[in-house]
Design a protein around this ligand. Structure first.
Ligand SMILES: C[S@@+](CC[C@H](N)C(=O)[O-])C[C@H]1O[C@@H](n2cnc3c(N)ncnc32)[C@H](O)[C@@H]1O
Length: 154
């Protein structure tokens, strides 16, 4: 939604692709279903609700589903962030890895941050959760504000 808002205001020819991953197929299926309770969606306000959601009827009453035009911009794949190759080949402009590192010890966090860094374009951004500090982890990224890091251009 944020990207769609941005590119509507700033039209350009960039191809957009969002790669959504998780180790859990159950969580992936839930994310892919893109169904949210009305009380969650209402926080976005009526304009975004109308633009980006379909209203549920019958047994879906009280729920909203993200419109297909938006859902089709997201590819869902299972990925263990700590193993193997990612299911995408193009380097990323932005990686959101929020509230995942909390599960891992310091050496594993270091391994993960450096794997994510390798998947970024030079100048790309890594966003972590606000409770996840990369302090003390050697990563070579530049902190540009809390929880937001940038890969150096060279
Ligand atoms: C607390 S949730 C955070 C979800 C989301 N990023 C957010 O901020 O709302 C953590 C997620 O990390 C996933 N996860 C845990 N270990 C993982 C791993 N090794 N590789 C990929 N995902 C993992 C879990 O399945 C879970 O969905």
């Amino acid at each position: 939604m944020a990207l769609d808002d941005y590119f509507t205001a700033h039209p350009c020819a960039w191809a957009r692709q969002i790669e959504a991953t998780d180790i859990s197929t159950r969580i992936l299926a839930k994310a892919q279903a893109a169904i949210y309770p009305a009380e969650t969606v209402s926080r976005l306000g009526p304009a975004k609700t109308k633009a980006y959601f379909q209203t549920g009827y019958g047994d879906q009453e009280g729920y909203y589903r993200v419109r297909p035009a938006l859902r089709s911009q997201v590819r869902f794949n299972r990925l263990n962030l700590l193993e193997g190759q990612p299911p995408f080949t193009e380097p990323m402009q932005i990686i959101f890895c929020r509230n995942v590192m909390i599960y891992f010890d310091r050496p594993t966090q270091e391994e993960l941050v450096n794997r994510l860094k390798a998947w970024l374009v030079p100048g790309g951004y890594l966003l972590v959760g606000h409770s996840e500090s990369l302090t003390g982890i050697p990563h070579g990224l530049t902190m540009i504000r809390p929880a937001t890091y940038q890969k150096p251009l060279r």
